[in-house]
Design a binder for this molecule. Structure first.
Ligand code: DQA
Length: 145
């Protein structure tokens, strides 16, 4: 059994209402249910966390180290682009982190082209809407990835 922690950052609790032309109509709860369904098929245990606060996200990343988590799927929202504290938390643990984004951040504003967390993540998946999270889960399932 593999355990994956899914961490969502600021404003992702607003999915469904927030800029649907960019982020789609699914709510965070819809996305978590979709992840849960796929995880069950693969016998993966999940833990979901969302916060709008940088410090809470740092603490959730640190806690993964002692929670027996095998991997983290992280959508850090806007913190992706400037939070050195979140970058340092990822670098401080041995649990691999896959960075995800619903939107293709590279097709958007210049400030979204910079991720301060990518260099300390195992990989990055962006632009596939809610499926970005499922693709990230695959990254933990596929042997040798
Ligand atoms: C996002 C992209 C970020 O630039 C933005 O600040 C978000 C969501 C995404 O999932 O596409 O909040 O991480």
């Amino acid at each position: 059994m593999c355990k994956i922690k899914i961490i969502n950052g600021p404003n992702l609790n607003m999915l469904g209402q927030r800029e649907p032309g960019i982020y789609g109509s699914a709510t965070l709860s819809d996305i978590e249910k979709m992840i849960q369904n796929e995880a069950e098929k693969e016998h993966i245990e999940t833990a979901f966390f969302q916060s709008n606060s940088e410090g809470d996200i740092v603490s959730a990343i640190q806690a993964a180290q002692t929670e027996g988590v095998d991997g983290i799927i992280l959508n850090a929202g806007a913190y992706t682009h400037y939070s050195i504290a979140i970058r340092d938390a990822i670098a401080a643990i041995t649990v691999p982190v896959v960075e995800v984004h619903l939107s293709n951040v590279y097709a958007r504003e210049d400030f979204r082209h910079i991720s301060v967390i990518s260099p300390v993540c195992k990989g990055v998946i962006a632009g596939f809407g809610p499926a970005s999270y499922l693709l990230a889960m695959q990254a933990f399932i596929i042997k040798g990835s």
